[in-house]
Ligand binder design. Structure first.
Ligand code: COA
Length: 245
C-alpha cells in the first residue's frame, strides 16, 4: 500500500483503490492532491497487475467538496498556473486510461469532485450524495473537464442548468439524469463497486480495454468513424486471441 499525504493508494487482487483523503476538509482537491493523483493515475495506467480501479472519498461526509478554496487564485501568475497545468495534465491522463474506472460516490460531490467522477466509466452513488457545480457562482468556470464531460453524460440543457443556476441535485435525480448508474445504501457502496470490479476482472483484459475504447472514443466520432474504430478494435482483439492460441 502506498500512502501519500492526501491520497491513499492500495492494490488488492488486481483492483487499484484510490481514496481521496482529506476528510477534515471534505476531501477538497488541493495542489498536493493534484500532484499525488497524477502519480497514482500513472501507476494505474502502467501497472499490468491493475485491471480496474475504484475511486472513493475518506470520511463520512464527502467524496470531494471541490477545489480547495483556500488555494483559490493563489498561483503567482496566470503563466505559472498554465505551466503547472501543462506539466501535470491530470485530466488528460485520467481520460486516457484504458482500464475501467469506477467512482464510488457519497456525501458532497462538488466542482472537481464531479469532474473526477466524470473521468470514471461507472458511477455509483450512495443515497446521501449531493452533486453541485458552484464554479459560476464563484466567478469561474470548471477547468477540469466538466464543461465537456458533463453535457456528454446528461445532455447540454441539464448541464447548463446545473452550471448556470448552481442548483444541487440529490442521488435519485442524478440517477434519473444518468449522471450515476446506480444508487445504493451507504453500507453497500464499496461492496457494490467491488462486485462490479470483480466481474470486470474476470473478463479478458484486452476485450475490456477494447470495449472501453470503442465506446469512450466512439462518442466523439461520427457513426461512420465509430464503426471503423469498432472494426479496427475487433480485428485487433481477434488477432490477439489467435496469437494466444
Ligand atoms: N476548500 C477548502 N476547504 C473546504 C472546502 C473547499 N472546497 N469545502 C469544505 N472545506 C472545509 C471547511 O472550510 C471546513 O474546514 P474547517 O473545519 O477548518 O472550518 C471543513 O471543510 C468542513 O466544512 P464545513 O463548511 O464546516 O461543512 P458544512 O457542512 O457547514 O458545509 C459545504 C459543507 C460543502 C456546503 C461547504 O463546506 C461548502 O460550501 N464548501 C465549499 C464548496 C465549494 O464551493 N467548492 C468549490 C468548488 S469550485
Amino acid at each position: 500500500m502506498s500512502n501519500f499525504e492526501v491520497i491513499i493508494y492500495d492494490k488488492q487482487d488486481g483492483t487499484g483503490y484510490i481514496t481521496l483523503n482529506r476528510p477534515q476538509f471534505l476531501n477538497a482537491y488541493n495542489i498536493q492532491m493534484r500532484d499525488e493523483l497524477y502519480q497514482v493515475l500513472g501507476a494505474i495506467r502502467d501497472d499490468p497487475e491493475v485491471k480496474v480501479a475504484i475511486f472513493s472519498g475518506a470520511g463520512e461526509r464527502a467524496f470531494c467538496a471541490g477545489a480547495d478554496l483556500t488555494e483559490f487564485l493563489t498561483a503567482p501568475s496566470p503563466v505559472i498556473a498554465r505551466q503547472a497545468r501543462w506539466e501535470r495534465d491530470v485530466w488528460g491522463l485520467f481520460l486516457n486510461i484504458d482500464k475501467p474506472l469506477i467512482a464510488a460516490l457519497h456525501g458532497y460531490v462538488l466542482g472537481s469532485g464531479i469532474e473526477i467522477a466524470l473521468c470514471c466509466d461507472i458511477r455509483l452513488a450512495s443515497e446521501d450524495t449531493q452533486f453541485g457545480l458552484p464554479e459560476v457562482g464563484l466567478g469561474i468556470i470548471p477547468a477540469a473537464g466538466a464543461t465537456q464531460t458533463l453535457p456528454r453524460v446528461i445532455g447540454g440543457a441539464k448541464a447548463l442548468e446545473m452550471l448556470l443556476t448552481g442548483r444541487w441535485i440529490k442521488a435519485e435525480e442524478a440517477r434519473r439524469l444518468k449522471l450515476v448508474n446506480q444508487v445504493v445504501s451507504r453500507r453497500d457502496l464499496l461492496p457494490m463497486a467491488e462486485k462490479l470490479a470483480n466481474r470486470i476482472k474476470g473478463y479478458n483484459p484486452i476485450a475490456v480495454t477494447c470495449a472501453k475504447e470503442a465506446i469512450t472514443r466512439g462518442l466523439d466520432l461520427t457513426l461512420e468513424q465509430g464503426l471503423a474504430l469498432e472494426t479496427k478494435l475487433s480485428d485487433y482483439l481477434l488477432t490477439s486471441l489467435l496469437d494466444r492460441g
